[in-house]
Design a binder for this molecule. Structure first.
Ligand code: OOG
Ligand code: NI
Length: 466
């Protein structure tokens, strides 16, 4: 029997979830088909240049999932399930503040962190935890009932947790155990048709549809599974042409005449899903829920802290222009602002220390000291952009929000429960890594290796100095 390494388990897990989700949400299958066609056409048009931000093999298989758990205990358990697949917590996102509507969650993303692991299979899961203790959303009485309700359910079985621990320890599993692990882990995220207590569900829903989705049922499920495309504008148009209504705008950076940065996303509201409810009068019957949606993403270059600051300030400028009653859409305004502030080339991003890159040795040179750009100009080094592997709180909030029917309620007079990266790390049971650390380490390692290979000293771009 063959031993299956961590990345093989992860790839199998991603495929298995994808199969299950395709049966649960048929529109997802359409989305995947259209995504594949978009990517194929993009490659035909661009040739090898089309793979600059990821090989077609990786991009075609690439997905991110989104799940939501109810308590610190469940967060710790799901972290263990993901660790067996080589997926570790990266980044802290506080959507309570990023969203105008009532979105009472804090989040991290579990994903592979090594370059090779990402290349083998980049599956990541955006994981949100209900902040049931946040008084802005839940009164003390409701908080208590909510926490009790969640404490009484068991989403991740002992069997799943121990097999995951073994997979993490041994960096893989023998085939039979691997099969069991995939089966149990997939089932933990499957939609369950146990009757939903209507009264309880609606009480939470009045506060936030996210709260009822998480705490109104005794199970969790995948909220969405997102394919990656190389041209999201093309995807958007093709989906609309098929009669699937997308949200009004693509979230994140606009389509513009310069390098793709960070992450662009869009989504469509999934159809009503029939579920079984138990009503207050004791009867059981069907009801419709609309909480899941389809999402798609396009990934660009990872930005340094300086680049991210620029991105955030450009967004603020867009907001101000919009608030001042500009006649153009957010995307049109953003395009103008991008053209004003953001370099139009990768070289510009490097020189201003705005983006992360790795470097491949493509020539040789005399020993001595050089600036990176000098060696690139001389054909000694070839730069390769590092792809952004993470998420954007504002876009995430925008996606959550645009798919909620109601804004829900919140009481901003109350002091919010404190959560930060340290607090969530303790809950997860492992240090949540800052995304910048990973990108910076990758750039530094590549420069060091190049310098050693060439026998020279290389002065890095300003990107490494911030
Ligand atoms: C997560 C929303 C965030 C993204 O891609 O930014 C997200 C959720 O809906 O649970 O998935
Ligand atoms: Ni998502």
């Amino acid at each position: 029997m063959a031993f299956q390494k961590t990345w093989e388990l992860r790839a199998r897990f991603a495929r298995s979830l994808s199969e299950m989700y395709g049966v649960e949400v048929p529109a997802y299958t359409t989305l995947v088909e259209v995504s594949e066609a978009v990517n194929q056409d993009y490659m035909d048009k661009m040739g090898a240049e089309g793979e600059r931000l990821g090989t077609i093999g990786r991009v075609t298989a690439e997905r991110h999932g989104a799940i939501r758990v109810g308590s610190p205990q469940e967060m710790g358990q799901v972290a263990q399930v993901f660790a067996g697949f080589g997926m570790y917590p990266v980044g802290f996102y506080d959507l309570r503040d990023a969203a105008k509507s009532s979105v009472p969650v804090v989040s991290t993303a579990f994903r592979p962190i090594d370059k090779e692991e990402l290349a083998n299979n980049p599956f990541r899961v955006f994981t949100s935890m209900l902040a049931a203790d946040d008084p802005r959303f839940f009164t003390p009485d409701l908080q208590e009932r909510l926490q009790n309700f969640i404490a009484q359910r068991q989403i991740f079985s002992q069997e799943l947790l121990s097999i995951a621990a073994k997979a993490a320890r041994d960096e893989g599993l023998e085939e039979a155990e691997a099969d069991e692990y995939i089966k149990l882990a997939t089932a933990a995220f499957e939609l369950n048709d146990e009757p939903i207590d209507d009264q309880w569900y609606r009480e939470l829903e009045a506060i936030s549809a996210v709260a009822s989705d998480i705490g109104g049922v005794r199970y969790t499920h995948i909220n969405h599974l997102t394919p990656r495309v190389l041209d999201i504008d093309d995807l958007y148009d093709r989906m609309e042409a098929r009669g699937i209504t997308m949200i009004d705008e693509i979230q994140g950076p606009p389509d513009w005449d310069g390098p793709d940065i960070l992450l662009r996303q869009t989504s469509f509201r999934a159809l009503d899903e029939e579920r079984t409810f138990k009503f207050a009068d004791g009867t059981v019957g069907p009801g419709a829920l609309r909480v899941r949606f389809g999402e798609v993403e396009q990934r660009g270059i990872a930005l340094t802290p300086r680049g991210r600051e620029l991105y955030d300030s450009m967004n603020t400028e867009v907001d101000e222009k919009l608030a001042a009653g500009a006649e153009h859409t957010r995307v049109e305004i953003a395009r103008g602002i991008w053209e004003q502030h953001l370099p139009k080339t990768e070289k510009g991003l490097r020189e201003q220390g705005l983006g992360y890159f790795t470097y491949e040795v493509t020539g040789s040179t005399d020993s001595g000291e050089y600036d990176v750009e000098q060696l690139i100009d001389a054909g000694v080094l070839a730069p390769q952009p590092i792809v952004y592997e993470d998420f954007l709180p504002r876009s995430a909030a925008g996606i959550f929000q645009s798919n909620l029917k109601e804004e829900g309620t919140r009481d901003n007079e109350q002091q919010g429960a404190d959560y930060d990266i340290e607090a969530l790390s303790r809950i997860v049971g492992r240090d949540i890594v800052e995304p910048y650390q990973l990108y910076r380490a990758q750039e530094e390692a590549s420069l060091l290796a190049a310098a050693q290979q060439l026998g020279v000293t290389i002065h890095p771009t300003p990107a490494l100095q911030n």
